[in-house]
Design a binder for this molecule. Structure first.
Ligand code: C2O
Ligand code: CU
Ligand code: CU
Length: 534
């Protein structure tokens, strides 16, 4: 057992814990006050939102708290993490993900009434956002409804979404900027799966043959402390580019490997990284067989040479090992690509690594993610279905469907913005008011030198157009892996691209967010509210 220097804790407590540290200060250690974690029942101070009346099919308690977990050999690392407890509902609603900080897998069924008590045992405000879910604004975990330290909020909603992999993470944004990047980085993020009958009837690989994988990059200091934004001249550049760690963790663990049999597997992957884009590929060069995306299954499986997975995106893969032999090893890796001038400049070369916040594992570096070690021969009965979802409906686009344009660019000295505007809390411009029940096409035009994974809260959209209209600014090697079929809540818009998505604002009125899911971009203002109005 390694003990943690109590003086360091004391010092941080004296300056007000982490609350006083913004995401942009020099290296922030994730040390937090254990007293806080030990605090008992939380006050209901943060209120109740959503469905008033039960009975609820599922009731959970989800707590965000500091903890210490082993990640690398040696000293355990201090993290912030979610822990959950099932108060009512099917026993498989909550299962741990690996043996680290990753939030537990929450498994829901379409049609359930869900109730959760969200407890904040952190030294700063937080929220819990259900990324990708079609839920009313007040239970969406938006920054306008924070949960203060030692308070609890209860939320309740109907599970309406298609079967798929979603996720949950914090979404606080205070006067000093967003804390999404910091809090997620500290460990607050977990996967959420929705199941339904139609999906189950397909007989896709399940149990041990279904892997839920959360990809995140992290950087560790001498004593295995997680470190976030670096100090000095690098800070500004890192803010602009987004945080990059120097090692990749899968479900909070390094050097991931799984023992597998000679049968098909289903890999459901979430990119939970702050800014890194993965170019997912197989080490033996076989194509990626895609079953689904953010919003669930495709109509039929599709093959890609590789898959570009941007922050917040999910991909559902089929991989068949029945032609392999025991002793074989198939590796999932992130293949190399060109990541623009900014990264080349920072990644060593002309500026020198470190000084400008250069990453030791620059974007676009080829790196192994997960080894599948074939250890036994087994005959699987699963066959890749020819057809998957029968219920895949994309928003109807007609000739007169309104088009709304969003220019992704820079504002001088202040970073990235959407149509020249940066986050201003719960205010919306006229341009950001959309009619309830209607379908629109939103066009994202990327006139900047960075890719922007654009995310819209509260719905799933279809990608209906992608065009190259300007220079790629040194970004190349990802385009053939952009999976635009199916439904999405996050779409990668590369430099020089114009991407159109079709979305329907169904069921709920009120405020939602849309933003870049590069967490440093989002925290630094590349985020806005939109309002659904009847
Ligand atoms: Cu992953 Cu605004 O959310
Ligand atoms: Cu979201
Ligand atoms: Cu961005």
């Amino acid at each position: 057992m390694t003990t943690i220097d109590p003086r360091r804790r004391m010092l941080l407590r004296c300056v007000g814990g982490l609350a006083g540290i913004t995401a942009l200060t020099p290296t922030a250690l994730l040390t937090a006050c254990k007293d806080n974690a030990a605090a008992g029942t939380k006050r209901e101070g943060a209120g109740h939102y959503g469905l008033e009346n039960g009975p609820f099919d599922v009731d959970i308690r989800l707590r965000a708290r500091p903890d210490t977990v082993p990640i690398l050999p040696g000293t355990p690392s201090e993290v912030w993490r979610y822990t959950a407890e099932l108060r009512n509902g099917p026993a498989d609603t909550i299962t741990p993900v690996g043996d680290s900080y990753t939030g537990p897998l929450i498994r829901l069924r379409r049609g359930q009434r869900f109730h959760a008590r969200l407890e904040n045992s952190l030294p700063e405000d937080t929220t819990v956002h259900w990324h990708g879910l079609h839920v009313p604004p007040d239970v969406d975990g938006q920054p306008r409804l924070p949960i203060k330290p030692d308070e609890a909020m209860t939320v309740a909603f109907d599970v309406r979404d298609r079967a798929g992999l979603y996720w949950y993470h914090p979404h606080p944004h205070g006067p000093d900027g967003g804390r999404v990047g910091f809090q997620s980085y500290a460990g607050l993020a977990g996967p959420l799966v929705i199941e339904d009958e139609a999906e189950r009837a397909l007989g896709l690989p399940a149990g041990d043959q279904e892997m839920i994988l959360v990809l995140q990059d992290r950087r560790f200091a001498g004593d295995n402390e997680l470190t976030y934004i670096g100090s000095g001249m690098g800070t500004m550049m890192t803010r602009m580019r987004g945080f990059l760690g120097d090692r990749i963790l899968v479900n909070g663990q390094p050097d991931s490997a799984r023992e597998v049999a000679t049968r098909p597997y289903r890999l459901r992957i979430l990119n939970g990284s702050n800014s890194r884009i993965y170019k997912l590929a197989w080490s033996d060069g076989r194509p990626m067989t895609v079953l689904g995306t953010d919003g669930g299954l495709l109509a039929a499986p599709r093959q890609y040479p590789f898959v570009a997975l941007a922050p917040a995106q999910r991909i559902d893969l089929w991989v068949d090992l029945s032609a392999n032999d025991p002793g074989d090893e198939l590796r999932l890796l992130s293949d190399s690509y060109q990541a623009g001038m900014m990264d080349n400049m920072m990644g060593g070369g002309m500026m020198g690594s470190g000084m400008m916040g250069g990453a030791d594992l620059p974007a676009g570096t080829r790196v192994p993610l997960l080894a599948l070690r074939v250890t036994r021969r087994e005959r699987g009965k699963e066959r890749l279905p020819e057809r998957l979802a029968e219920d895949l409906q994309t928003p109807p686009v007609e000739r007169d469907t309104p088009l709304r344009r969003f220019k992704l660019g820079m504002v001088m000295m202040r970073g990235f913005a959407i149509n020249g505007r940066r986050f201003e809390g719960a205010t919306v411009a006229d341009h950001e008011i959309v009619p309830l029940g209607h379908t629109e096409v939103w066009e994202f035009v990327n006139d900047s030198m960075m890719p922007h994974p654009m995310h819209v809260h509260g719905l799933q959209f279809a990608v209906v157009g992608r065009e190259q209209i300007g220079g790629r600014r040194g970004w190349s090697g990802l385009a053939a892996g952009l999976v635009d079929s199916g439904l999405h809540d996050t779409v990668l818009v590369l430099p020089g691209e114009r991407v159109r998505v079709a979305l329907t604002f169904a069921d709920f009125e009120g405020l939602y967010l849309y933003h870049c899911h590069n967490m440093e971009h989002e925290d630094n203002g590349m985020m806005r509210y939109y309002r659904v109005r009847s």
